[in-house]
Ligand binder design. Structure first.
Ligand SMILES: Cc1cc2nc3c(=O)[nH]c(=O)nc-3n(C[C@H](O)[C@H](O)[C@H](O)COP(=O)(O)OP(=O)(O)OC[C@H]3O[C@@H](n4cnc5c(N)ncnc54)[C@H](O)[C@@H]3O)c2cc1C
Length: 404
């Protein structure tokens, strides 16, 4: 039997579900399929997870319009009101405060699977969006009118548009023959939940070190999530340490700013690779989220950019008068997103080059730079607007924060 849709979204991660919900909201009939099962219901007794994201204001606006944000707020998320960034090689430091910038907070730290479940429930609440779990995409065909997906169990789905939201190693991207610019940073990010001697004070702490970047992101009950990007060999050493030695290394890397690290949960690690697909679209195909781009996590922008892709694609598809999978329509999406994502990718690479480097002139420059920037309110406001995702006057409607 053939199931006909307007859009098939491959990948039910955070960005795929947001795309399905946003396109569904625009009135289209959508199928979203994932190789995994449905995300588990939220359980308040479940231990805190180490995979977290810092969601900015634009993401909050989108998730609110998709009816996922109230669930996230009710379940588990931590707003942060300060951000402190300092350098290992001197006294340079910059401090952002929500009050100083006239903001209620600077963003929220949320576990990935809380976001995913909230979006999944939002999708379940729409009768024009079908979730198909445990349905890995193996192959698809594209003809002049539609994309045709055949699932392992023999079901056939067709739609004028197929969206690849299937992550960094996207099968859709590969099968569509879309090349990708890739840059291996030679680093791994170690993540874990930790408890520190002093309360995090609802502050995101970040220290630049010659060998990488260490962030402590606030979680409930005084816990923090660490994201520690390190040269790959050093990361292997840190992963091999016993618990006590790892906590001591962390305390040391953070200059004990928050006191001693008293407890650390299981560690996971991820290779860091910057990627940008050379094309985001082809006739009947569009890529969103990590399938289109991955960036260094140092500024916590990855999924925030992916959510903007989702909002923009939904806007373009919703406004299409005729064939929503035609190249003419999809190019509007690509024009709006590819340059912005590429700019953020290059910006993070430039940061990396300047900050994760122990050449003395650079150490002096960044210390001076941090201190000077800290004393320039207009510059701080601009930096924060970029981080909050509100700097772009052409934000897609769905991701525009509501006015005062
Ligand atoms: C250490 C670390 C810290 C980070 N911190 C932040 C942060 O603070 N803020 C931020 O904005 N971003 C952050 N990111 C980035 C963020 O985690 C990613 O950008 C985000 O998870 C990407 O979501 P996605 O839905 O595009 O892809 P994924 O989460 O990879 O989801 C892809 C989905 O597709 C499914 N899939 C794959 N192949 C198939 C197939 N063939 N058929 C069907 N389904 C398939 C998978 O099962 C999965 O559910 C961080 C990343 C790392 C590594």
């Amino acid at each position: 039997m053939i199931h006909r849709y307007d859009v098939i979204v491959v990948g039910g991660g955070m960005v795929g579900l947001a795309t399905a919900a946003a396109i569904g909201r625009a009135g289209c009939r959508v199928a979203v399929l994932d190789s995994g099962a449905a995300p588990a219901p939220f359980d308040p007794d479940r231990p805190l997870q180490a995979r977290v994201v810092a969601l900015n204001r634009a993401s909050e606006a989108l998730l609110t319009r998709l009816h996922a944000w109230p669930r996230i707020q009710q379940w588990r998320c931590t707003p942060y009101s300060h951000m402190r960034v300092w350098d290992a090689g001197g006294h340079g430091e910059i401090h952002f405060s929500a009050t100083e910038l006239g903001q209620p907070n600077l963003g929220h730290i949320v576990e990935n699977d809380v976001v995913q479940r909230a979006l999944w429930e939002a999708v379940q609440g729409r009768d024009n969006v079908d979730w198909l779990g445990e349905a890995p995409l193996q192959r698809f065909a594209v003809d002049t009118r539609e994309a045709i997906v055949t699932l392992d169990d023999g079901r056939v789905l067709t739609a004028p548009l197929l969206v690849g939201a299937d992550g960094a190693r996207s099968r859709v991207r590969e099968a569509a023959g879309i090349a990708v610019r890739e840059r291996d940073y030679g680093q791994r990010a170690i993540v874990a939940v930790v408890r520190i001697e002093r309360h995090h004070d609802f502050t995101a702490w970040q220290r630049f070190l010659p060998h990488g970047v260490l962030a402590f992101l606030p979680l409930p009950e005084g816990h923090s999530a660490i994201v520690w990007s390190l040269r790959a060999a050093l990361a292997e050493d840190m992963l091999a340490l016993d618990d006590e030695a790892f906590r001591a290394a962390l305390t040391d890397a953070a200059e004990a700013r928050l006191g001693e690290v008293l407890w650390a949960g299981p560690r996971q690690s991820f290779p860091l690779v910057g990627r940008q697909a050379r094309q985001y679209v082809k006739p009947r195909i569009a890529l969103v989220g990590d399938a289109a781009h991955t960036i260094h996590p140092l500024a916590g922008q990855g999924v925030n950019l992916g959510f903007l892709d989702a909002a923009q694609l939904a806007e373009v598809v919703g406004a299409a008068r005729r064939d929503l999978g035609s190249l003419a329509v999809l190019r509007r999406y690509e024009r709006a997103r590819a340059a912005d994502n590429g700019l953020m990718l290059r910006l993070m690479e430039a940061f990396q080059a300047v900050f994760v480097n122990d050449l003395p002139p650079l150490a002096w420059l960044r210390n001076a730079g941090l201190s000077v920037a800290d004393r320039l309110p207009p510059l701080k406001r601009l930096l924060m607007a970029v981080a909050l995702g509100t700097a772009d006057p052409a934000l897609p409607e769905l991701a525009r924060p509501a006015g005062p």
